[in-house]
Design a protein around this ligand. Sequence first.
Ligand SMILES: [Ca+2]
Length: 407
Amino acid sequence: MPRRTFPGTPGPATNPARSVLELAAPSSFAWNGTDAQATVRIFVARTHNRSNRIDLLRRSVNACNICDEGSPSASIPLVAGQSAIQFAKVETSMHVPRDIIIDTDPGQDDAVAMLLAFASEELRVLGITCVAGNVPLDLTSRNARIVCELANRSDIPVFAGCDRPLVRPLVTAEEVHGNTGLDGIDIYEPDMPIQDVHAVEFIIETLRKHPAGSVSLCPLGPLTNIALALNLAPDIGERVEQIVMMGGAYFEVGNVTPTAEFNVFVDPEAAGIVFRSGIPLTVLPLDATHKALATRPRLESLGRLGNKSGAAIVSLTSFYERFDRRKYGTMGAPLHDPCVIAHLLKPEIFSSKFVNVEVETASPLTLGMTVADWWGVTDRKANANFVGDVDADAFFELLTTKVASLP
Ligand SMILES: [Ca+2]
């Protein structure tokens, strides 16, 4: 990838992404081709507050190698105030779908996340990689294909990955999701095949094949596949646009132990590898996802769409809400995993803080806890955009609007 040094001379404004760069850093950037486009799009999408903007600009610049001297955040003058509005205008003129890989263990909420992604023209799903988690791998890889067929998207390749965590025995969650993992809809053996290639190999090859900084990873289950890919092919780390994951908890504490959230608890070593990877990381923990509750009125709106995807979401969610009602006394099931896709589409409906997050892998009492330095009381380097809240009404409006376009 071409690299350049500051200060640069802007070339002709022929590309919306380039216009964004010039808005962000009018005196420092020179345009160097199309390589930055996808990365720039991330930073545009997240300009809703200034600290995020500074941080994401810094990380975007790192990711696409636009500069190679000094600290990018120090070298680039940022536009304050009106800039977010200007960015928004530029963003609307850009129609390049974002390439993503969904890594998943369906799971009712995984299924809803997949449907939301399929329904979004802003995203191009390059593949679905399955991992053992909510239920064993043979069931998650079958369930993923059932969801693809439900949405008439059997063109999207589905890959089977790791059947157990890196170093621990597998823990599953049939008590939440049912024995099939997808209780609530008809389960059958899908027509579409599972791909011959291992999921981890697909992740590595896809990241090597696509332009650096153009593919995002969306883990919705234990992080085993992602961590193994990073361990086997360290070169792919800097090629990942970003990781947006569902996992962890802090103020909300745990759902599988008093301190741990399921995805991180199942494979804490893998989660530790991802959190230490240095890849731009956005985390949707229980703190946010427990607010995305599928209440009756929200489900009724999905049911009124009259399509089979909306009906499936109602059935799936109604099945697993019995567990959450009993456990938390809430008025509906939390749609954990769809928050990841919603964050890619509308980050402005979430609020977050860029903080240090470490994963506990030793203590038997707090194994799998995501220890977030929310108040900055240590000097540990921030490594995660940790989401704390979501506008649940806006989330369900997005979900309902998008799913309306599906079969
Ligand atoms: Ca999941």
